[in-house]
Design a protein around this ligand. Structure first.
Ligand code: IMP
Ligand code: MG
Length: 180
């Protein structure tokens, strides 16, 4: 796809994503088997497509909730300062919770969210991330389930944006800048 000054090169096809999401959902369903309810917390906005697909493959009683964070900086850089813009609606004390994130990059966002949720004493608190860029990590955090490990490239699609665009791409692509 062509934009003003960049092109998007396909990195992970829609078909590969669908297969991986199904496999992740099986593993997660096995892990939480017997739970009275799993609270699936999607981090807005990047996880909205992933959470929709993942949740529909889970063979468990599920409640869906959302949290929105913001990190300051420009469109392509993460920041250490994370703020909660929107908190979850439900109570999670004594509940099984699965946090669903689009990408773990430096890890600051996830670390911040997990630290907050932990203070509410959930029964089990697990993390599922579609993408992981381990080479970028600045804080010690790892997701319990990861869709794909990717190199240090800026990606878009399947919910993930560049300057609020390309979230509606059905696959994951990497952004490559070209001369105008
Ligand atoms: P972290 O706090 O550095 O781990 O940043 C995580 C957040 O930064 C993700 O939830 C994304 O919103 C954003 N992000 C990190 N890498 C990318 C990328 O390659 N494309 C688009 N957004 C990204
Ligand atoms: Mg995000």
């Amino acid at each position: 796809m062509e934009h003003n000054n960049y092109v998007i090169d396909q990195m992970i096809s829609a078909k590969s994503i669908a297969a991986r999401v199904e496999a992740l959902a099986h593993e997660i369903s096995d892990y939480f088997k017997g739970t009275d309810k799993l609270v699936v917390v999607g981090l807005l906005r990047g996880s909205f497509v992933f959470i929709a697909d993942l949740a529909r493959e889970l063979d468990l009683p599920v409640e869906i909730d959302f949290m929105e964070t913001s990190s300051y900086g420009n469109a392509m850089e993460s920041s250490k300062e994370v703020r909660i813009l929107k908190d979850i609606r439900g109570e999670i004390e004594g509940r099984d919770v699965l946090v669903v994130e689009d990408i773990v990059d430096t890890g600051h966002t996830l670390k911040h969210v997990i630290d907050i949720l932990k203070t509410r004493h959930p029964k089990r608190l697990k993390i599922c991330a579609l993408l992981d860029k381990p080479s970028r990590r600045e804080v010690d955090i790892t997701a319990d389930w990861i869709g794909f490990e990717i190199p240090d490239k800026f990606v878009v699609g399947y919910g993930i944006d560049y300057a609020q665009r390309n979230r509606n791409l059905d696959h994951i692509g990497s952004v490559r800048f070209v001369e105008e």
